[in-house]
Write a protein that binds this ligand. Structure first.
Ligand SMILES: CC(=O)[C@@H](O)[C@H](O)COP(=O)(O)O
Length: 331
């Protein structure tokens, strides 16, 4: 019979059920999520779900998947907590745009990040015959944060994350619903709709959003566990274009606020932290640098420096000079 599996037409000779199909493809049923004609098939039903000619399957295969406990031993008192879990690093990193998985791995190590976000639709999680991220970035060492990059509707985003949860058990997710290809700006009505559905479905939702303080508050009130306004457009490296709005969002929030997207260089990350943000998520600034490993290291230091500077409290700005050496006693 003719089936479409992950967009590819395949002739399957012997399989009668989803369980048989996985067997024929050589995939262990416990590490896989199957969506058939846009409906997720629960693992318990693989054996009795009969294949029908023309069925379309989306199969997500995670080797050793599932988010694991972060290494809390290293967490200092200033760590940040999201969805009840404490992290010592306030830098979250993406996994796209690197030369290969080896470079991804070394850059993530150099960044000191504990949370790594993965585009479920883009990173190879399905084909065990190709290099797979989980073979390089150990899911028992890092908290995997599946994201919905490439989703332009609420329905698409919700389906993508349900599929990821079915496969890897991930409950903590990063929602992004994009408006158009040119800007990748968040589509806020669709983002709100998806966030509501995911929260209702039991997900812990970290949400990429516009830097509008009112909509950020709506997302928090709805139950999102972290608010992630963009600094500037994804991949633009333009830094934080609206620091006043980011500060307003942080001032009104009772959940962590992380700048997500647009960071271009280390000083942008420091600015985000000096505004009082709880963390920064970035990808392109590291992966797109001439020396990604060195930049990852720079970002680690920038995040720490920005945070320390925020906690230290900056001196007040003054209109006129104030000599560095006291004038009293000068002859
Ligand atoms: C990796 C990821 O989740 C991106 O969608 C994110 O928004 C990062 O953007 P930059 O690549 O601009 O850092």
């Amino acid at each position: 019979m003719l089936l479409t599996i992950n967009g590819e037409d395949r002739t399957i000779e012997n399989a009668a059920t989803v369980a048989d199909l996985l067997g024929e493809l050589g995939i262990a049923a416990t590490k896989v999520a199957v969506e058939r004609n846009l409906e997720i098939v629960p693992k318990t039903a693989y054996g009795e779900t009969a294949l029908v000619d023309g069925d379309k399957f989306e199969i997500v295969h995670f080797i050793g998947g599932g988010s694991q406990e972060a290494d809390l031993a290293a967490a200092d008192d200033d760590g940040f907590v999201v969805a009840g879990k404490k992290f010592s690093s306030r830098l979250l990193v993406g996994t796209g745009k690197y030369k290969d998985f080896e470079e991804t791995k070394i850059a993530i190590e150099a960044s000191g990040a504990e949370i790594v976000t993965v585009a479920v639709r883009r990173v190879n999680l399905t084909d065990p015959n190709q290099p797979m991220l989980v073979d390089y970035v150990d899911p028992s060492k890092y908290t995997y944060l599946p994201n919905t990059a490439g989703c332009f509707t609420a329905d698409d985003a919700v389906r993508t994350l349900r599929l990821a949860r079915e496969a890897g058990g991930w409950n903590l997710v990063k929602l992004e619903v994009l408006g158009d290809q040119a800007t990748l700006y968040p589509n806020m009505p669709e983002t709100l709709k998806a966030a509501e559905a995911l929260i209702k479905d039991g997900f812990d939702v970290m949400v990429y959003c516009s830097d509008d303080p009112i909509q950020a508050k709506m997302l928090e009130d709805m139950g999102c566990c972290a608010i992630m306004p963009l600094g500037s457009l994804i991949g633009s490296g333009m830094g934080i274009l609206n620091p006043v709005n980011i500060a307003l969002i942080k001032e009104n929030a009772n959940v962590p606020v992380l700048v997500d997207a647009g960071v271009g260089t280390a000083s942008d990350a420091a600015v985000a932290m000096e505004l009082g943000c709880d963390g920064v998520l970035m990808n392109t600034a590291i992966a797109g640098a001439k020396d990604p490993i060195r930049m990852a290291c720079a970002m680690k230091h920038a995040i720490i420096a920005g945070r320390e500077s925020f906690l230290a409290g900056r001196m007040p700005k003054k209109k006129y000079a104030d000599p560095s050496s006291p004038l009293a006693g000068i002859i």
